[in-house]
Design a protein around this ligand. Structure first.
Ligand code: NAD
Length: 565
């Protein structure tokens, strides 16, 4: 049992069986510190993390702490931290405590940041091997990962937007989605497709990963082999049956066979861990064991084989696109590595943000997630009901919250994600704070978000691909976002490099805020959750998006040097 005075429990932690404490007994000197402690442990919960023994949360090698010793020391520092102090984390290691004040963040995190000229996987790996760095991905190192549910909403939004744009349909019924990768993020694809009423077919090279998605009911059927998988997919599609089918194989083998059999998916994408050619992506012609072996003994050869396969993979996707598949990159930098490896037309298909998500970003819409520190699923049910009542005319939100309740099992601390706009997020936060204050919720909750959001990231192959004014690589915006969150009083803030698309390709900021029912929390929530999506509206107005300007005018947002009167 976890206790506050005695920290022996921290030394005794078994990495394979970590869980967040629940209930209302504190293990630290205040709920702000407690929230960080619980969410860090929740990130590493065996029901949440991909490989907790290695401290890996998701996304290839995205970690929550640098080493087990660092993890334990972070927990001890959080237990002892005062309400006027701030703990500093440098790439997963606690490095100091500074004197601050009650409205300052309790934790400030910088992960995987490198000076641009050195911002390569090679240099990162050198530092990592020396024990000087870790890869923080987006929400792994910033302690607000909530399992695969986090990406289901984004994937659902993407599929629903594709249905509207390509078929003028509210959903994808009678359509076939083909993709690959059933890992921490990619595992969301079959379920998101199901909620969007599509048939889906997913290739996954690692049988254990596929089995996990069957066990957690994110995937319906495991096919015996590729031909069986394609037969099943065609049968289900013809019956407008939204079953999800998985098959153990390399993505390239599935796409090759689709081409040979003249089967063209309606939607085609990929979520293998292509952002990392050595520790993520698996080259064709080898099973997962052979891949692990080669990775360990000859990483140079492995990298070469990975890059060769990525070129082949994108070539096959291009061919299926030419046959009529609506093809898009799903944020793993597959096209980027293929191009780097000499492929001329690697960017023939668009990324999912310019294709489907940017109009939402223009309104400051993005991921809004919350987790119940009590551990009680009823707290999330009550928050869902409050959101349904708060935004009765948002049909997409209403559909999502209803479907999520039915289809999404909780992993670790009960949590929920939905997308809310500028002007909505702080209203939801204030409502939740009232519900903690009046005892409707049994304990405080936290509200946070992915770094993938409207104003928090510069990632030219993903969130900021093809910006209207060409400002794709300008990373002043995520830095302004970090500073805004810090000045506004977020409970913990983070700034990372390389999330989603790998080293050298992105910089991004994150925040989490505690909702404990106090008046202080209300003031902070109003500031933080107002300002954070505002940065998204400002960023898209600055880049010249008319939708953003229209939204800014409707909401009386003042933008220096632009007229929103
Ligand atoms: N679009 C987004 O919003 C978004 C968000 C987060 C992460 N990502 C990116 O998506 C990718 C997947 O993330 P994840 O958390 O699922 O990673 P992960 O490492 O947990 O899972 C990747 C899976 O892909 C499988 N795989 C690798 N190469 C394969 C191949 N050639 N064929 C078939 N299967 C293969 C692996 O076995 C693994 O199960 C990463 O590149 C990540 O950066 C995208």
């Amino acid at each position: 049992m976890y206790t506050c005075e005695n920290m022996d429990w921290i030394d005794a932690l078994d990495l394979a069986n970590l869980q967040s404490p629940t209930g209302t007994t504190l293990h630290s000197k205040g709920w702000q510190q407690e929230a960080a402690l619980r969410m860090l442990l929740n990130n590493l919960d065996h029901r949440v993390a991909e490989d907790p023994k290695q401290l890996i949360v998701y996304g290839g090698t995205g970690k929550a702490a640098r080493t087990p010793a660092c993890l334990k020391q972070i927990l001890k520092e959080l237990c002892n931290l005062e309400e006027n102090q701030t703990l500093l984390i440098q790439s997963g290691k606690p490095v100091g405590i500074i004197n601050t004040h009650k409205d300052a963040p309790r934790v400030m995190i910088a992960n995987s940041n490198l000076v641009p000229k050195w911002a390569t996987w090679e240099h990162f790996h050198t530092l990592d091997q020396k024990g000087l760095m870790m890869y923080g991905q987006m929400t792994a190192g910033s302690w607000i990962y909530i399992g695969s549910q986090g990406i289901i909403q984004g994937t659902y939004e993407t599929f629903a937007s594709a249905a509207k744009i390509h078929y003028n349909q509210a959903d994808l019924s009678g359509k076939l989605v083909v993709t690959a990768g059933l890992g921490g993020m990619g595992g969301a694809q079959p379920l998101a497709a199901k909620i969007c009423k599509a048939t889906s077919l997913t290739a996954e090279v690692d049988p254990a990963r596929l089995q996990r998605r069957l066990d957690d009911r994110y995937l319906d059927i495991k096919a015996n082999n590729i031909d069986h998988a394609i037969d099943l997919a065609l049968e289900k599609k013809n019956n407008a049956d939204n079953s999800s089918i998985g098959v153990v194989c390399n993505a390239t083998d599935l796409l090759t066979r689709l081409l040979e059999r003249n089967v063209t998916p309606d939607l085609l994408t990929d979520q293998t861990s292509a952002h990392d050619p050595v520790d993520g992506y698996v080259p064709e012609g080898m099973d997962i064991e052979a891949a692990r072996n080669l990775r360990k003994h000859d990483p140079q050869t492995y990298r070469q084989k990975s890059l060769d396969t990525m070129v082949h993979h994108v070539t096959l996707m291009n061919q299926l696109m030419e046959r009529g598949a609506h093809t898009f990159d799903y944020g793993n930098n597959l096209r980027g590595f293929a191009q780097e490896h000499g492929m001329k037309n690697a960017f023939a298909f668009e990324g999912f943000v310019p294709a489907y998500i940017r109009p939402l970003f223009c309104e400051g819409s993005g991921p809004f997630r919350f987790a119940a520190l009590s551990g009680d699923p009823k707290d999330i049910e009550k928050c869902d009901q409050a959101l349904l009542a708060l935004f009765p005319n948002d049909h997409k939100l209403q559909n999502w919250l209803t479907a999520a309740k039915e289809h999404i099992p909780f992993q670790g601390l009960p949590s929920r994600i939905c997308w809310l706009r500028y002007g909505e997020r702080h209203r939801a936060g204030v409502k939740f704070n009232e519900m903690v204050a009046d005892g409707t919720l049994s304990a405080p909750i936290v509200i946070g978000r992915d770094h993938l959001d409207c104003g928090s990231v510069a990632s030219p192959n993903r969130e900021t691909e093809s910006m209207k004014d060409g400002s794709d690589a300008v990373s002043d915006w995520p830095l302004l976002n970090l500073m805004s969150a810090t000045a506004s009083g977020a409970t913990w803030v983070s700034f990372h490099h390389g999330g989603g698309v790998g080293m050298g390709y992105s910089q991004h900021a994150g925040l989490v805020i505690l909702v404990d029912g106090s008046n202080d929390a209300r003031t902070r929530i109003e500031r933080v959750l107002h300002n954070d999506p505002l940065l998204g509206v400002l960023r898209h107005c600055d880049a010249g998006y008319e939708e953003a300007m229209r939204y800014a005018k409707e909401h009386h947002v003042h933008i220096p040097m632009k007229s929103t009167a």
